[in-house]
Ligand binder design. Structure first.
Ligand code: TNX
Length: 516
């Protein structure tokens, strides 16, 4: 391996000008502070990765980094070998700029070595994603490349603007398999996304196994339960647990959503007792919303909901359960409040905090309930404003900006357009802190990009809609407001094209970007 790599190096000379041109700022999301100097780091065939002694997490991030760098370099890159030689990469805990906090990192690149410092595994992981991008696009190649691997010298100090940087995937309208969700996790992790919200249930399908209601998933998530009767499937508890630990290995926390008390036709088609007349409704795979509602005055409803919340809480290590609450147009407001007043305490009872789509603010929920603001410009804004005034937090997901299922323009084959077309600039060019008078920056927990899947069936479909808008939203959630700059973003994104291509991501080549 060594001989081959060294022998390959001279042939790589032609690549060097491009490598020289790389800068510490060539990163998405944009780092907070970069201080370049004239030094340069060369990764060599004998380089190794060292991680903080005694830290399992640091070692795990080191192994992840080695896994990212090995295919394209062809170098062995041992993690914590007994003997190490020459300049390498070191992942250390503590002793960093105090500004980095829990999720940030400090990256020092010099001729003698690279050091990532952070206070947590999550911070090291974020630093490693920056490091990965600084090696240039070809680091994503799956086979050894005949080139020298250098990094521009200097220091980066970087930390997030918002603590919650989310992506939501709808696996209810069309089921997406465990391997597909894992692939999406790997893709979003590169952009320092730290929450994956899974929309597990809706009118068309119920996609998570619940033991106390055993027919729910196999029947409510069976073959033919996707929109237009296409596809189907559900996550078993074993699948779900595997997903949680895979996400955790990328420092991503899963937020499971069961949508209540509307968007419940799938459950009501399996169990007749969830309907006021006791009879199952016919299953539906069309795209209408707002027609279903659980039976608010029936005790069975609350037995069902508590069983589901208990079982979900038991298999979810993260702090949140999302209980939906959107578009419950068939549930009168008084019933909606009655329902939420009983159900939110169930979430608390099983040790979790509730998240809900912003309509949940109508129920005047406890202030630790997170309202996910999808911006409807209707009467719910007043309720969101009240929630904020009481001290409640808001997760921003404004549909006309960050709904990844909206078409890019009138020619986009996939997607919907009810919230408008969303080109890359539209997704990027707004300030979460000032965009909505009802949600001041101090009330914002973070920003999340939802991907509804009525029109999306395959992984290619997911990738085409998420890329490149997801990196744009990730930058809004991570980077400092002061660094927000469309020209800078579009330049960095253009240079990012070959990276996405090498990763096999089927992205939308927006005409707004000069793709390299
Ligand atoms: C609205 S926004 C919905 C979803 C749809 C989506 C399609 C929200 C909370 N609910 O049920 O899938 O629009 O864009």
């Amino acid at each position: 391996v060594l001989a081959a790599s060294v022998a390959a190096a001279p042939g790589a000379a032609a690549d060097q000008p491009a490598a020289e041109a790389r800068k510490l700022t060539d990163v998405i999301p944009a780092p907070v502070e970069t201080k370049p100097n004239n030094s340069k780091f060369w990764l060599t065939p004998i380089s190794s990765i060292k991680t903080e002694r005694g830290s399992k997490e640091a070692k795990q991030v080191g192994e992840y980094l080695a896994g990212v760098l090995r295919p394209a370099t062809g170098y062995p890159l041992p993690v914590n070998p007994r003997h190490s030689f020459g300049p390498g990469i070191s992942l250390q805990l503590g002793k960093a700029d105090p500004r980095i906090g829990e999720d940030g990192y400090q990256l020092d690149v010099a001729g003698g070595g690279v050091t990532v410092r952070a206070n947590t595994g999550a911070g090291l992981f974020a630093g490693v994603q920056t490091l990965r991008q600084l090696f240039g696009a070809q680091i994503e190649a799956k086979r050894p490349q005949p080139k020298l691997w250098t990094l521009p010298g200097g220091r980066i100090v970087d930390y997030p603007r918002f603590e919650h940087r989310g992506a939501m995937l709808d696996i209810a309208r069309h089921f997406h398999t465990l391997p597909e969700i894992k692939r999406y996790i790997d893709q979003i992790a590169q952009y320092k996304i730290n929450y994956l919200h899974l929309h597990l249930t809706d009118d068309q399908g119920w996609r998570i196994q619940i033991d106390s209601w055993p027919r729910l998933a196999p029947e409510g998530g069976g073959e033919g339960t996707g929109v237009d009767g296409v596809g189907g499937g559900f996550l078993t508890k074993a699948d779900y647990k595997e997903l949680i630990s895979y996400a955790a290995s990328r420092f991503i926390t899963v937020v499971p959503e069961v949508d209540l008390p509307g968007h419940t036709n799938a459950a009501q088609s399996v169990y007749g007792e969830l309907n006021c007349d006791g009879k199952p409704v016919p299953p539906r795979t069309d795209m209408e919303v707002g027609y279903s509602s659980l039976c608010i005055d029936s005790e069975v409803t609350y037995k069902f909901v508590e069983d589901v919340i208990r079982e979900l809480a038991e298999m979810t290590p993260g702090p949140y359960l999302h209980i939906g609450g959107d578009e419950a147009h068939s549930t009168p407001d008084a019933d909606y409040k009655k329902f939420m007043d009983r159900v939110i305490p169930m979430v608390t009872k099983y040790g979790k905090k509730a998240q809900g789509w912003h309509e949940i603010a109508k129920a005047a929920p406890p202030t630790d309930t997170v309202a996910q603001y999808w911006f409807t410009a209707n009467d719910t804004d007043a309720a969101v404003s009240e929630h904020v005034k009481r001290g409640g937090k808001v997760l921003l997901s404004p549909a006309p900006k960050v709904y990844l299922d909206m078409k890019y323009d009138e020619n986009t084959k996939l997607g919907l357009k009810w919230a408008g077309y969303i080109e890359v600039k539209t997704a990027y060019d707004w300030n979460p802190g000032t965009q909505f008078p009802v949600v001041p920056e101090s009330a914002i927990l973070g920003v999340e990009a939802p991907l509804w899947s009525e029109t999306l069936r395959t992984m290619d479909d997911i990738e085409f809609m998420a890329f490149p808008r997801l990196p744009a939203v990730a930058e809004l959630a991570w980077s400092a407001a002061a660094s927000h700059d469309w020209e800078s973003f579009r330049t960095r994104l253009g240079a990012h094209g070959p990276r996405l291509a090498l990763q096999g991501i089927d992205f939308y080549r927006s005409p707004q970007i000069d793709w390299k």
